[in-house]
Design a binder for this molecule. Sequence first.
Ligand code: SF4
Length: 462
Amino acid sequence: MKPSRYFIINFGCQMNVRDCERMEGILRERGIQASENSDSADLILINTCTVRDKPERKALSMVGRFCQAKERTRPELILGICGCVSQQYQEKLLDRFPGLNFALGTNQVAKLGEVLDQVLTGKRVLRTEWADADDPDLLFRISLDQPSGGVSQFVTIMEGCDNYCAFCVVPYVRGPEISRNPDEIISEVQAWSEKGVKETVLLGQNVNSYGIKNGSGVDFPALLKRVARVDGIERIRFTTNHPKDLSDRLIEAMAGERKICEQIHLPLQAGSDHILELMGRNYTGDQYLGLIEKLRSAMPEIGIGTDLIVGFPGETEPDFQRTLELAERIEFDEAFTFRYCSRPMTRAANYPDQVPEPVKLERLYRLSSAVSRITEKKNQAQAGKVKEILVEGVSKSDPERLTGRSREGRLVHIPAQGHRGLQGRLVSANIKRSLKHSLLGEVVARVDNEGNRQGEEQCILR
Ligand code: SF4
């Protein structure tokens, strides 16, 4: 029987969030409505991530639980697994979970409707081919006949990765790098803008290499400038970047175009040149430091985030010390710290000198303590500054507060009283103090799209 209500459970990154939006669009077009929870759904999709082992294990155990429920009490349930885990394990998933109706790969999101049609004829379906070379834009197509996620909207500009870093499974589960046609990107950004979106976040595994392979003549800095010309879009962010491809032209575009926020996520991964070489990252610690200097000299207030891995195979205590040293010297605004875990298919899984688990955990503790201390210090240093905030809406944890982000990506809360109409507006806020992971501010003015403050007197909170 045709399902009437779906529920999607998502594990993973922003790319997966975007894939969920694409799947929701397809389901809505077929008249299948969103369900509040999994109990009231007759179609459950589990969108998975395999970059680390924990979310993968959680997703698979969830599939197992739904299969049991289906066998015992919910025989009508249609159950699908999507994303990187489908791509990685293929037909083994259907063998392992007899209750699973289908497995949909990362490049086949657009085919969800067709797959459901096959399932309704009683088939169990595996659909994990790579994108069709004749129609690569199928990879990116999204139904625009749906509400946006709010003030800010992800827009995918490329898929896959050709870098094959030794620890990373992404090239194997998301396929080779494919850049989206720039005109399609602009059309999508325009469409979201017409729906009230104010900020676009351009997504790709390595946005810095956008357009280089497909020879469209539009590289990433050029694309940013085109996006900046879309009326109604007031802010542009992008993620994620690879230090080896970060160009001077990109830094110039960021510094020169007001709509591009001064924020960058630039994964360092490790500080030691020896480990960076084993990882296949193609830069040294000093080269990375050089990029940070360039970014900060062009944009002194830039927010810089990173990813750091400890316990990569062969990492010695001095190697780890170099990671710690760079983290303390650079003082990242945000740093995600990870313990290396071996992923199937990757080169590093076969490297000798795997680091014992207790050593990894002890290094992770030292590194995450250091980066938390730095983040806290940097947040405290914001007090007394006036920041431009894009108000996103009412805080999930406190209805008396509105939340938004500063240009460099910091989460800022402002009192809601007297300001409820500010959702989607740029305001100028005086930062009063820092909380653990955010800032508390007061609105002092609205900001027009040239960055000028307006109506200062009326907006001051007294
Ligand atoms: S650049 Fe490296 S870490 Fe990033 S997705 Fe590609 S292979 Fe993975």
